[in-house]
Write a protein that binds this ligand. Structure first.
Ligand code: FES
Ligand SMILES: [Fe+2]
Length: 405
């Protein structure tokens, strides 16, 4: 088993500590991972009305996603073509007929074209399309809205998720309705990879998460990171629960109406590389995403979606699932902080992964193949991270020819 799980023996030892706090590496990650990979913004049903929008900021980029007069959802850079102000300033909202920039008042139609600059006689004639908001690549998969700031090597979200089609089909994701405001955001003082490292394995569940252990701990399985997804499955324990919330949750899930009654009695998590997870529960669907801000600051966005036409039992089950999740999140927070702190300790000289932490090893392996400089045990000298990385990969990592997706 070890050979499959750790194709390179050194993958048991994790990434070197410097990769968690080096600004030059962070710049490479921002460009190659975050600007060039699909990012989920929200669900179409978060913006059901014409003119309704949401915004999404990531590594210096700002997106605005808005439903037009024609009902079509489009994504744009939230960047006024006059002087670069944000065109919409709220996280979520609704525009009646136009988006009006708060700086000098240029207005844009809901399809992004320039409606009118302020005091147009003081400006040359401006073509409404040429001077409209710049579009961002956008894909709606099963109702979820994904964007990509720059072209990348990932295929479409539909293709990426294809291995999970059978599982997804039962879920009717396109019909989900938001159970919370589009997204909640928590700021954590850690590197984004420290969040991934804790989330990418279930080895810690029996000790760190009594609630999850009571729910599914005895039958939890991580599957390999293949393509751009990894699957983890926790089948509910058949034995009696000793915790109040888990006992009631498992009981309610037995009484869901069809078609939810036919869903597996399990929590499925799909990691969509590099930084987001969809959780499929019988009663609801959750989503969380790590947003890097600096090497030592990250935002965790999360949202929960309810089944359409939710009945009382399903709603009660969803609330209990959210309660179990909230407690799990608090338990994880400390583990993530301690892991991140360790990276700066003079005593840190690598980790030792169990086979039950294969998800961490495989994820690190993927990062090392994308960023060969991560194989350097010691932090490179200033200005050398990109140079070494380019030399080791034999190509410019920011270029379109980067060989690893
Ligand atoms: S920056 Fe938007 S109107 Fe001036
Ligand atoms: Fe955890």
């Amino acid at each position: 088993m070890a050979d499959d799980v750790f194709p390179n023996p050194e993958d048991r030892f994790g990434l070197p500590g410097w990769t968690y706090f080096n600004d030059e590496l962070f710049a490479l990650e921002s460009e190659t991972l975050f600007r060039r990979h699909w990012q989920m913004v929200c669900h179409s049903n978060d913006i059901p009305e014409k003119g309704q929008f949401t915004t999404f900021d990531l590594v210096g980029e700002r997106a605005l996603i808005i439903r037009g007069e024609d009902g079509v959802i489009r994504a744009f850079h939230n960047l006024c073509r006059h002087r670069g102000s944000r065109v919409v300033t709220e996280e979520n909202g609704i525009c009646k007929n136009a988006m009006v920039c708060p700086f000098h008042g240029w207005s844009f139609n809901l399809d992004g074209t320039l409606r009118s600059p302020a005091r147009p006689r003081t400006l040359p004639d401006l073509d409404p399309v040429e001077w409209g908001l710049k579009p961002i690549e956008c894909e709606i998969w099963q109702g979820f809205i994904f964007i990509r700031f720059k072209p990348g090597h990932q295929p479409s979200v539909k293709e990426i998720m294809a291995p999970h089609d059978a599982l997804i089909q039962q879920q009717q994701l396109a019909d989900l309705v938001p159970a919370t405001a589009p997204f909640s955001s928590e700021i954590w003082k850690v590197n984004w990879k420290s969040i991934r490292d804790v989330d990418n394995e279930g080895y810690h569940v029996p000790i760190a998460h009594p609630g999850l252990q009571d729910l599914y701990g005895k039958d939890y399985q991580d599957y390999n990171l293949t393509g751009d997804t990894a699957l983890s499955v926790g089948n509910f324990n058949p034995s009696p629960s000793y915790m109040w919330s888990t006992r009631n949750y498992r009981n309610l899930v037995q009484h869901l109406p069809e078609p939810w009654a036919s869903l597996p009695k399990a929590w499925h998590y799909i990691l969509l590389f590099p930084n987001q997870v969809i959780g499929l529960y019988p009663d609801s669907v959750i989503f969380y995403q790590d947003i890097p801000v600096t090497t030592g600051t990250s935002i965790q966005r999360s949202a929960s979606y309810a089944r359409p036409n939710e009945d009382r039992v399903t709603r009660a089950a969803r609330h209990l699932a959210a309660r179990i999740d909230a407690i799990t999140g608090i338990e994880d927070m400390h583990l993530i902080e301690w892991s991140y702190e360790a990276m700066k300790s003079s005593a840190f000289d690598g980790i030792m992964l169990s086979e039950l932490e294969s998800g961490v090893g495989q994820y690190h392996h993927r990062l090392k193949s994308m960023f060969p400089v991560m194989n350097c045990a010691d932090e490179p000298a200033p200005q050398m991270v990109k140079v070494i990385n380019d030399n080791m990969s034999g190509t410019n990592i920011n270029g379109a020819d980067h060989p690893v997706r």
